[in-house]
Write a protein that binds this ligand. Structure first.
Ligand code: ATP
Length: 280
């Protein structure tokens, strides 16, 4: 079964929760579009992972979720997974599989991509090389560092050639070089294949550098949604993170954020007192 990339992911009045507790309450957003990377940012416990897992079909949701003509909330798990790939925040288990074997089995598990054995092996090799981890191909997952396992996990997500790539903090364990490699690879895939990417990030600078759209979630609600220069403002950062921050353009025009202090007492407000950073 080959599924062509769909160009829009629609989310309308989507609600997600745990038991009686609603975390995402009737969330509607303009569609996510193919060829675009959207950063999903916001404070801890805002509901980012909960939303991503619902988009991935891993957590029940109410409302409407459509990928092109497909009603994702009605698809079975295999049909959903054929279209949408999710890289979890948690690192892969320390199992005794090599990086190559783990990536190959992720590819084989995908109902949408069933190349023959030779093509599958070539695809896995290309994916590992693109991520700069070709040299780790025959190392066992249980012998890798945290950052190396994060890259192996990303390889398992992208090798499946989904229409929608959902990445939960894909750079959290990576050094500056690999952060760049990962975001550059995601950008290349998104542009070349016209797929949709939604990436949870805590690093606002990384989000501004690589993402065309930033959605800020706080307490399950959308606080801002737009291009970096519109979504990231001192006022929004104060409201969402309770920080006093400057937002400036770098010499190349990219949005830069500098946090100068935290707002002393809540509720967060940009007009509140500023607590300067402690000098050490
Ligand atoms: N399995 C669970 N059962 C019950 N409540 C949960 C569960 N997982 C998450 N929650 C709650 O849902 C809310 C949102 O959590 P979620 O993990 O989606 O936040 P997040 O924005 O991804 O946070 P972080 O940035 O810290 O990873 C939190 O209040 C959390 O305690």
């Amino acid at each position: 079964m080959t599924i062509p990339p769909e160009t829009t992911l629609h989310l309308d009045a989507l609600s997600v929760g745990y038991g009686a507790r609603t975390v995402i309450d009737s969330l509607s957003l303009p569609p996510f579009r193919g060829g675009e990377i959207t950063a999903l940012i916001g404070p801890n416990a805002a509901g980012k992972t909960t939303l991503l897992r619902a988009l991935a079909g891993l957590h029940p949701a109410r409302g409407a979720l459509r990928l092109g003509d497909a009603d994702l909330l009605r698809l079975d798990g295999a049909a959903h997974a054929a279209r949408v790939s999710y890289m979890p925040q948690a690192l892969p288990q320390r199992v005794a599989l090599t990086v190559f074997e783990a990536t190959l089995s992720a590819l084989r598990a995908s109902p949408s991509a069933r190349p023959d054995a030779r093509a599958a092996q070539a695809l896995v090799g290309e994916t590992l090389d693109a991520l700069g981890i070709g040299a780790l191909a025959f190392r066992s997952l249980d012998q890798l560092s945290g950052g190396q396992r994060q890259l192996a996990s990303l390889a398992q997500s992208v090798v499946r050639r989904p229409s929608v790539l959902l990445l939960d903090e894909p750079t959290s364990a990576l050094d500056l070089n690999y952060q760049f490699r990962v975001m550059h690879l995601v950008q290349s895939i998104v542009r070349a294949r016209g797929i949709i990417a939604v990436v949870v990030l805590h690093d606002v600078a990384l989000a501004c550098r690589w993402c065309q759209r930033i959605v800020i979630l706080s307490d399950g609600q959308v606080v801002a949604d737009g291009p970096p220069a519109e979504a990231i403002t001192p006022d929004t950062l104060a409201r969402v993170y309770s920080v006093h921050a400057r937002v400036e353009a770098c010499s190349r025009g990219a949005v830069q954020v500098m946090v100068d202090g935290i707002l002393a007492d809540g509720p967060p407000s940009c007009s509140g007192d500023v607590m300067p950073p402690r000098s050490s």
